[in-house]
Design a protein around this ligand. Structure first.
Ligand SMILES: Nc1ncnc2c1ncn2[C@@H]1O[C@H](COP(=O)(O)OP(=O)(O)OP(=O)(O)O)[C@@H](O)[C@H]1O
Ligand SMILES: [Mg+2]
Length: 350
């Protein structure tokens, strides 16, 4: 395996995409850490502009180089080069702010309730008095607008996109930008650009939390988000089936690769409780959430039973649980735990 010095030498020759000088010339290699037992290397690089498609390309180059050099997993973080000598950055973007906590809602497989959890956790945090944004990062399979019953579209003011406000949450989704539910056929770099513009062209204002509803699995979009938002935290949604441990392995590997901290696990569809007898039936098995939490060494933030929201004809939002609904209350508890976990961490960082 290469030493840190050798990794430095290897990366020194890579060209920074904006200034067309090598990372060595720019002194852009900030940190290299090797974990031998895990065959893992983590690297922090400086680039002229962060959160760009160019950064993503550079990321691909660097990851490939390091993997070819024999590392099994690669963690990458990017920061902006000091400004002198570098063209001034455009407007400050959310990507660089320290006041916003980013939380991605992820899972190892589809259909477990990521979007439902994202929507209801965002609303719970807003009910707890926080300023909250929600990005539907499922570019192909966007579902947030329908789930929240959003019929308006974002407006544009001074070339900035104003997100839609729904139940106190600022929402952006690809669904706002396609006509008649048409499928989205952009790929690769275009996808990354779309996500970048969700951050940079949207007028988010001040936010305490920005939640990201990820597409299923550990695909490209998830990786893009992870590289754009190095400090992003994650909540992993799982069903109670004991095979959730497999999911844990994948989600855990993803977190290591991207150096993201997992805040905790939410077990969804945990059981069905009969309204008549109050009896709980573990329809989808039992113990998966605990197992996953244990495997990742993180808290189990909550268990959500199977139940539909009460539908309100006047303000139709098919997937939103009311504040007094049994699940609405569980979401509030999860929200409180999330706030407390994130606040503790901020205190630690001081
Ligand atoms: N606790 C629950 N009780 C009843 N239905 C639920 C519950 N959680 C989610 N559902 C339903 O399960 C389906 C899948 O949920 P959702 O779309 O949130 O999953 P997802 O993980 O985002 O899926 P995808 O991987 O396709 O993005 C939806 O129809 C949703 O309404
Ligand atoms: Mg979804």
């Amino acid at each position: 395996m290469l030493t840190e010095k050798e990794v430095h030498a290897l990366l020194s020759g890579v060209e920074e995409p904006f200034l067309h000088k090598t990372l060595g010339e720019l002194d852009g290699i900030q940190e290299i850490k090797i974990k031998e037992e895990k065959n893992h290397v983590s690297v922090k690089l400086l680039v002229a502009k962060t959160g760009t498609a160019e950064q993503m390309q550079l990321q691909g180059t660097v990851v490939n180089l390091l993997k070819e050099a024999g590392f099994e997993t690669v963690g990458l973080r990017f920061e902006a080069l000091p400004q002198d000598g570098v063209a001034a950055q455009e407007q400050p973007s959310l990507l660089n702010t320290k006041d916003t906590t980013f939380i991605a809602i992820a899972s190892g497989k589809g259909g477990v309730g990521k979007s439902t959890v994202s929507v209801n956790l965002a609303i719970a945090l807003a009910r707890l008095g926080k300023k909250v944004g929600l990005i539907d990062a499922d570019i192909y399979g966007f579902s947030v607008p329908d789930m929240m019953g959003i019929e308006q579209r974002p407006t544009v003011e001074n070339d900035r996109i104003i997100p839609v406000d729904r139940f106190g949450v600022k929402v952006i989704s690809m669904g706002f930008f396609v006509e008649d539910n048409a499928p989205v056929i952009w790929r690769g770099p275009m996808l990354g650009k779309m996500l970048t513009s969700f951050f940079q062209e949207v007028e988010w204002g001040e936010l305490d939390y920005l939640l990201l509803d990820l597409p299923p699995g550990t695909g490209d979009v998830a990786l893009d988000i992870h590289s754009m938002l190095p400090a992003c935290k994650e909540i992993i949604v799982s069903t109670p089936h004991p095979t959730a441990a497999f999911v844990a392995a994948r989600a855990g590997a993803m977190a290591i690769r991207t150096e993201h901290e997992v805040l905790g696990v939410v077990e969804n569809m945990a059981y069905f409780e009969s309204e008549v007898t109050g009896e709980k039936e573990y329809v989808f098995g039992k113990g998966g959430g605990e197992k996953l939490a244990e495997e990742l060494a993180v808290p189990l933030l909550g268990k959500l039973p199977l139940q539909q929201p009460d539908w309100n004809e006047e303000e139709f939002a098919p997937s939103v649980y009311g504040e007094d609904h049994r699940l609405g209350k569980i979401y509030s508890e999860i929200g409180e735990k999330v706030i407390s976990l994130c606040t503790q961490q901020q205190d630690h960082n001081v």
